[in-house]
Each structure stands twice: as structure tokens, then as C-alpha cells.
Design a binder for this molecule. Structure first.
Ligand code: NAD
Length: 476
């Protein structure tokens, strides 16, 4: 192993822990080494939880404005190291630096923006009853130690979505990033250890076993998990042992319905973006498109044209619009789903080809797909989008809702008609003439198997607190 490869340690109680280069993280586009990191253990989790536990009362006791200022300092630290962190994300995750404004620099912009927005949020005491000499005041108090488990698609942005509301409300955090993309989180934690008091933000590396040890830990008071539905179920089971509150942001299979007669050529770019942001490796990306049978061919061709002009390349090359799949299992899954769809009669109008020597595939547009195909039924989570024809809008709504998932959905067409169709879709977020937009003040969460609870906005912040009510009767 070359000594030039940088090493990224865990951060526990403000200290860099684990100098052993147990794991080498490879660039998914070209298989070059990005960095090394240690493999965390159950003992590391125990140490991190103890550190978080010890730090929590002091952190919660800080005046609210002081905690807000330290959260702003987190945003400033992200800003000061934005280019370094964006480049590290591009190297370990694959998304280009720019990607038309939605690459790793955008991810850092989100980290800064969400940190600033969360700093400005607060949950003041609320008088909920005041009558007949009785007053009840609801306070929101921190839960305590938060366990955070993150995935590999937007590693630092999702980490920020977990960290900031947790610490803003007086909790301390132990985070376990995905073993596929741990480096940006480890580097961010090292940077933030210069900003936050010891023990407030700890990061332990490792895979499912380390994650399971963390979510089942008896000294953890809240679990926030973003990842697949299959793992989310295990997390919920393990948290049940200690009756620990969970926020689960899980998988999705977002439908987009294009209304009959909609201007499909004009909408193709929006539908393409919504499907292929981060090479489709986005929970809230479009995963299947329902288009009226009369408009199918025009939309398929317009999207195929965009696909043919999309440069897939290494993320540090300025003209790369799309990067690789992040890991081999995901790449193989997308390839297998695409091949199976074609074998069952789907038309591959563009893409689906290997690019370079690593894990990149060109964006695939699959026309004439049917509802029973796996690429329509399952979450492909990659650069391949199926188009399905429908005859009438009832059929489109029925197919869109025919899924175990309920994360996001979108309707494309005249706004009034689209709003009526949106009412009928079962999803946490329904977009009209757009998709995959998020805002720190707008609640985001999934229905059905896409999750429990929401992030962002007041509701998202409250999820890191418990209600504590002070009930007071005025003496007669
Ligand atoms: P994953 O479920 O495989 O892994 C997520 C994390 O869980 C990783 O850190 C992993 O090490 C950890 N883990 C694995 N087994 C565990 C266990 N038993 N206990 C605790 N932790 C465990 O998911 P992934 O492949 O990293 O991410 C892709 C999935 O995430 C997709 O399904 C995607 O839709 C979903 N996702 C959802 C959202 C959302 O907001 N709803 C956002 C991003 C990604």
C-alpha cells in the first residue's frame, strides 16, 4: 500500500482514533485508491456512545443562542473546507464536482445551507393550555444520545441532515457512515472537532455489524437511519428492544405521471434531471415514468436524445455530467434489471453501456416497459429509467400507487389537472412539473415502506426532542 494514500481516522471524544489502514476506499470510476480508514469495532461504538453520553448534559445546558452560534460555526467550517470535501466526495462517491450544478459542490452547498437554516431554527416553550387557573407549558427537551446511520449516495449531505437538527436541539451524536463512502464523513468530523466540544459529534466506521451494535445500544436514545427498507426493518427491530425512537428514511420507487397531451419535448429535460440526478442514485429520484400511449414515443425519443448527449466521465473532469455507480453490487443490479427488461420486450433507446474501466454506465432510456417488469416494480437506484404507456389517467394512478413504497411522486402537465391527480397519489411528497427538490424548511419523509417520520422544518427538528409538559394550577 502506498504511503501517499491519505489516511482518515475515526473521531471519538474529539480524538482521532484508529491509525491502522484496515480499508482502502477506491474511486468507483477508475479503481484508483482514494484513502484508507480503520475498521471500527463494537468497542469503538461503546467508547463513542460513552463519550456522547458524557458530553450531552453540558451541551444541552449551553444557552440556546450559544448552541445556535456553534451550529453556524459548523456551516462556516464546511464553507472553509468546501472544495476539499467536495473533491473527496467526488473521488469516493463518484458524482462529478459540477454535474450541471448538482454534483459534489452542490452537495457541499447543501451541507452549508442546511447547517445555516437549522442554526436559525428554534423550539421555544409553548403555552398549550391557559384556562380556569390551569396553565400547561410544553417544552421540547433533547432526547440525549443520537445514533445516526448514513448511506453512500449523498454521504455528507445526509450526514448533515442527521447531525444538525440533533445537535441544534441539545443532543450529542454517534454517526456510522456507509463502509462504501466513509472518508468524507471522517474528514468532516475531524474538521468539526476543531469547532464543537469534545464528544458532541463522534464517527465510527464499519459495516452492518457495527451499525447493528450502535442502533441496539442501550445507551442510545434516538436512532436516525437513512438507507434501504430491508436494513430499516432490522434497525427498527433492534431499537424496539430498548423502546428507542426511530426516524427511518428508506427506499423509494418514485413514479412520474405525464398527463395526456402534455408538451413532452419541453418536459423531457425536467424528467431527465429528475431521473438521473446523481446517476439515479437518489432516494427521491424518478424511478418510473407513466406516459399516455399517444405521447410515449415522442417523450422516449426526446429523453434518449438528452441521454446520448450526456457525458459520463470521471467526476474531476469539468465536462462530466454524470459519474459512475458507486459500488459493484449496485452497478450489477442496474445492469441486470436493464438486461431483463430488454429481454422481456422493453426497447433500449439509449445508454446502458459500460463507460471506462470502473463502475460507470451510460444513462439508459427504456421505452415500452410494462408494470410487471422488475425495473418498474423494484427500486433500481441507478441510471436506467423505464417508460410505461397508459390508456387513461385512472390506469396511470393505479399503476403509480401499485408499489410498496411511497416516498415521492410527480405529475407533469397543466397545473390544475395535475393538482387533482396529485391528490390521488400516495407519497410523502408530490411534485407538480418538477421532481427531487428539497428545502430545509419543508418536511420530507416517506409513506408506506419508504419510512417513518420526517426530516426538515419544525416537525423534523421536533423529532430529536421529547415533549416535557409543566402543568401548573394557580393556588385558589
Ligand atoms: P443500506 O441499507 O444497505 O445501508 C445503509 C447503512 O446501514 C449503511 O451505513 C450500512 O452499513 C448500515 N447497516 C447495514 N446493516 C445494518 C444493520 N443491521 N443495522 C444498522 N445499520 C446497518 O443502504 P445503502 O445501499 O447504503 O443506501 C441506498 C438506500 O438508501 C436506497 O434504498 C435509498 O432509497 C435509500 N435512501 C433513502 C433516503 C431517504 O431519505 N428516504 C435517502 C438516501 C438513500
Amino acid at each position: 500500500m502506498s504511503s501517499e494514500i491519505p489516511h482518515y481516522s475515526m473521531v471519538i471524544d474529539g480524538e482521532l482514533v484508529g491509525q491502522g489502514p484496515d480499508n482502502v476506499i477506491l474511486d468507483p470510476f477508475d479503481n484508483t485508491s482514494v484513502g484508507t480508514c480503520p475498521e471500527g469495532t463494537a468497542q469503538d461504538v461503546d467508547r463513542a456512545v460513552s463519550a456522547a453520553r458524557a458530553a450531552q448534559p453540558g451541551w444541552a445546558a449551553l444557552p440556546d443562542e450559544e448552541r445556535a452560534a456553534l451550529c453556524r460555526a459548523v456551516a462556516q467550517a464546511f464553507e472553509a473546507h468546501a472544495e476539499e470535501l467536495a473533491t473527496l466526495i467526488t473521488r469516493e462517491q463518484g458524482k462529478p464536482l459540477d454535474a450541471g450544478g448538482f454534483g459534489s459542490r452542490f452537495e457541499l452547498g447543501g451541507c452549508i445551507g442546511w447547517s445555516m437554516a437549522t442554526s436559525a431554527q428554534s423550539l421555544p416553550d409553548r403555552t398549550v393550555l391557559d384556562e380556569g387557573g390551569v396553565r400547561a407549558v410544553e417544552k421540547r427537551v433533547p432526547k440525549g444520545v443520537v445514533a445516526s446511520i448514513t448511506p453512500w449516495n449523498w454521504p455528507l449531505l445526509i450526514g448533515t441532515w442527521h447531525l444538525l437538527p440533533a445537535i441544534r436541539t441539545g443532543n450529542t451524536v454517534v454517526m456510522k457512515p456507509s463502509p462504501f463512502t466513509p472518508l468524507s464523513t471522517l474528514r468532516a468530523a475531524a474538521i468539526l472537532s476543531e469547532v464543537l466540544p469534545k464528544g458532541v459529534f463522534n464517527v465510527v466506521t464499519g459495516g452492518g455489524e457495527v451499525g447493528a451494535h450502535l442502533t441496539a445500544h442501550p445507551d442510545v436514545d434516538k436512532v436516525i437511519f437513512t438507507g434501504s427498507t430491508a436494513t430499516g426493518k432490522k434497525v427498527m427491530q433492534s431499537a424496539a428492544e430498548s423502546v428507542t425512537h426511530c426516524t427511518l428514511e428508506l427506499g423509494g420507487n418514485d413514479p412520474a405521471i405525464v398527463l395526456p397531451g402534455a408538451p413532452v419535448e419541453a418536459m423531457a429535460a425536467g424528467l431527465f434531471f429528475g431521473s438521473f440526478i446523481n446517476a439515479g442514485q437518489t432516494c427521491g429520484a424518478i424511478k418510473r415514468i407513466y406516459v399516455h400511449e399517444a405521447d410515449h414515443d415522442a417523450l422516449a425519443e426526446a429523453m434518449a436524445n438528452i441521454a446520448r448527449g450526456t457525458k459520463v466521465g470521471h467526476g474531476t473532469e469539468a465536462d462530466s455530467a454524470m459519474g459512475p455507480l458507486q459500488n459493484a453490487p449496485q452497478r450489477n443490479k442496474v445492469k441486470a434489471l436493464t438486461d431483463a427488461a430488454v429481454a422481456s420486450g422493453a426497447k433500449l433507446l439509449a445508454g446502458g453501456e459500460q463507460v471506462g474501466q470502473g463502475l460507470a454506465l451510460s444513462p439508459a432510456i427504456l421505452g415500452d416497459c410494462t408494470q410487471d417488469m422488475d425495473i418498474v416494480r423494484l427500486e433500481q437506484f441507478g441510471p436506467a429509467i423505464p417508460l410505461v404507456r397508459y390508456g387513461d389517467i385512472d390506469e396511470a394512478v393505479a399503476m403509480a400507487n401499485d408499489s410498496e413504497y411511497g416516498l415521492c411522486a410527480s405529475v407533469w402537465g397543466a397545473p390544475d389537472q395535475a393538482a387533482q391527480v396529485a391528490e390521488r397519489l400516495v407519497a410523502g411528497t408530490v411534485y407538480i412539473n418538477t421532481h427531487a427538490e428539497l428545502h430545509p424548511m419543508v418536511p420530507f419523509g416517506g409513506r408506506k415502506a419508504s419510512g417513518i417520520g420526517v426530516q426538515f422544518g419544525e416537525e423534523g427538528l421536533k423529532a430529536f426532542t421529547d415533549a416535557k409538559v409543566v402543568y401548573e394550577r394557580t393556588p385558589a
